[in-house]
Design a binder for this molecule. Structure first.
Ligand SMILES: O=C[C@H](O)COP(=O)(O)O
Length: 348
């Protein structure tokens, strides 16, 4: 099979629908979007989202993923898109500066030279949107990706549980911003959701947003801990009202991470918020997304439910530590018809 990609395939956004009013036209800057300022907490609106039908969401996900909207011939182009939508992540207890430098080097050159050439990419640069690290490694990452356009995201607010005093969590955000992180992934204390303590949750997230300043705020709900899709939907809505730029499923540390039905509940909350306010909120599924095929399922879901603007890094990211390795293997297979051993891939 030829590995060369047609121009239109390399740039799926070339055929996008007209951009909604709040999306800036300059897609070269992945922060070029009108930021969600948030709104007053409207519990009536939050509660209007309360009925969530799990089996209907599961049926919809089944239909979407079986319809194979991405044809085999186009899959390589969409896998390249998955790379550009990735927050390449390392969040391990044994992380070191050296490991973070290696991750960043991989982000700067995510594909081997021979793959780039075989795919006919020419001067087209394909890179993850961001690297995502713990606070102590922010400065190292900033230095390592300087000048590349790759964002540096820090997980913050006592990741992954969110159970430190509020002042400590806010100070953590401020420290990561001071070190150069321009995206901050915060976690919510799940107990605020179980107790329906929406005002407290709203106030905390609003304080996180203020501490972020210009840095973009991604709010991790820890959906695997939240027990019901109703909780997921209501927490999504409160996070957006409090000024989240993105809502994100999971930390990668819960026993259940990003699932498509949960993702669907969240993107429908995003749609409702957009209809109410005109603002576009990003979505980041994270945790356990490790295969190229699953990444394509997510892209189909986003395209079908929210449309093309949510296939751009301004509005969609995968949080993933090992997805890139599988995408590289699948691209190699696309080119050569063979799979190579994992050890040939630097991040394996
Ligand atoms: O936010 C990103 C996640 O922690 C990554 O999870 P993962 O290691 O399962 O890909």
């Amino acid at each position: 099979m030829s590995g060369k990609l047609r121009e239109a395939e390399m740039h799926p956004s070339a055929t996008v629908m007209p951009l909604p009013s709040r999306l800036a036209a300059n897609a070269a800057d992945t922060h070029a979007i009108a930021r969600n300022p948030g709104m007053a907490l409207d519990l009536g609106f939050v509660e209007s989202m309360r009925s969530v039908n799990r089996s209907a969401l599961e049926r919809r996900v089944g239909t979407l993923t079986k319809r194979r909207s991405i044809k085999a011939d186009n899959q390589a182009a969409w896998l390249l898109r998955s790379i550009s939508l990735m927050d390449l992540t390392t969040l391990n207890s044994n992380d070191t500066d050296e490991r973070v430098r290696r991750l960043c080097a991989k982000a700067v050159n995510p594909l081997r030279r021979d793959l780039v050439e075989a795919l006919g990419l020419g001067e087209t640069v394909i890179r993850p949107a961001a690297v995502c690290v713990y606070h102590p490694f922010v400065a190292t990452a900033v230095e390592a990706v300087r000048g590349t356009g790759i964002h540096v995201a820090a997980v913050s607010t006592a990741f992954p549980h969110g159970l430190a005093p509020l002042a400590t969590r806010i100070a953590e955000i401020e420290a990561s911003v001071a070190d150069g992180a321009d995206e901050i992934d915060v976690v919510i204390p799940r107990g605020l959701v179980f107790g329906a303590r929406w005002q407290e949750l709203y106030d905390e997230i609003k304080a996180f947003r203020a501490a972020c300043g210009e840095a973009h705020l991604k709010v991790i709900l820890g959906t695997g801990d939240l027990a019901t899709l109703r909780n997921v939907t209501l927490a999504s809505m409160v996070a957006m009202m409090a000024g989240a730029d993105f809502i994100k499923t999971s930390t990668g540390k819960e026993s259940v991470n990003a699932t498509l039905p949960v993702g669907l509940a969240m993107v429908r909350a995003i749609r409702a918020y957009h209809e109410q306010t005109g603002y576009l909120i990003g979505f980041k599924p994270a945790g356990g997304i490790s295969t190229a095929k699953v990444s394509l399922d997510w892209l189909v879901l986003m395209k079908e439910e929210l449309g093309r603007p949510w296939l751009e890094p301004e509005l969609f990211r995968f949080g993933a530590s090992s997805l890139l390795t599988d995408i590289e293997r699948q691209l190699e297979h696309h080119i050569s018809g063979r799979y190579s051993a994992n050890h040939r891939h630097a991040m394996a």
